[in-house]
Write a protein that binds this ligand. Structure first.
Ligand code: PMT
Length: 227
């Protein structure tokens, strides 16, 4: 999209993994590097948006001028999103949020014994679904990281979570997705007749993919309705 396509727009983006503490020295997490979410922040800012990046732990430096809120767990990420999204017109959920957290976080380091051990996990809230089901939600963009049945899972998430757009990546391909510098994905959305539309994005740098996602966003019927 042209420079300025997002001027006057407030965009909240989640990026990176979450860390779910087990005890003071251990946690559960995943391989998200934050690269895709930071690329979205960079590109949205380049197009004139005012960007808030809510990020789990990463090795990356956020672009200058982007407001950064650093969090660790899914619960902290939800709280930060709830605070930041009120004035935003667009919410992009790129973080790989842990679906479960420990039922109980130990305050002291767990000692090993001779027996096997079990950890009890409870469901984390779905941040994207929570925001998208608000009475007056921002325009919501989701990601779907799948290793199989990409299209049908993505369509299900698009409809069930009431999203404007979903970007589906096949994370079974090591060259793309988690931690790589490149990505490839298929975008899905509904046209005004409610029919499913899709656009495959060939393998490219995460910045190029981010720009293409933002471009498609400006072409959605929901985007035009907001003017
Ligand atoms: O960070 P990188 O190394 O660059 O890798 C990029 C990526 C592969 C992590 C990214 O492109 C991606 O696919 N992010 C979403 C990963 C994911 O958790 O997908 P999901 O299918 O489990 O979740 C679906 C959607 O719901 C996502 O938009 C996710 O942010 C959101 N979600 C999920 C669970 C939860 N508790 N809260 C959420 O908001």
């Amino acid at each position: 999209p042209a420079t300025g396509a997002f001027s006057g727009q407030q965009v909240v983006i989640t990026a990176g993994p979450t860390r779910e503490p087990i005890d003071p020295v251990r946690y559960l997490s995943n391989h998200s590097s934050g690269k895709m979410g930071y690329a979205l922040a960079r590109q949205a800012q380049r197009l004139g948006a005012q960007v808030t990046l809510i990020t789990g732990p990463t090795q990356l430096t956020a672009p200058n001028g982007v407001k950064v809120v650093a969090v660790e767990s899914a619960m902290e990420m939800l709280e930060a999103v709830e605070q930041e999204v009120n004035t935003a017109g667009i919410f992009i959920a790129c973080a790989a949020v842990a679906d479960y957290r420990l039922a109980q976080v130990e305050s002291q380091k767990i000692k090993k014994g001779d027996e096997n051990m079990q950890l009890q996990l409870v469901r984390n809230p779905d941040i994207l679904a929570t925001i998208a089901s608000r009475e007056q939600p921002p325009l919501c963009v989701g990601f779907a990281a799948e290793t199989q049945n990409l299209a049908s899972y993505a369509e299900d998430k698009l409809t069930r979570k009431k999203l404007a757009l979903i970007a589906a990546n096949d994370v079974s391909d090591r060259r793309i997705g988690f931690n790589s510098d490149e990505n490839a994905m298929t975008l899905f959305w509904h046209n005004t007749q409610g029919e499913l539309q899709q656009l495959p994005l060939e393998r490219a740098s995460k910045d190029q993919i981010a720009a293409a996602i933002l471009h498609q966003l400006t072409a959605l019927p929901e985007w035009k309705k907001r003017d």
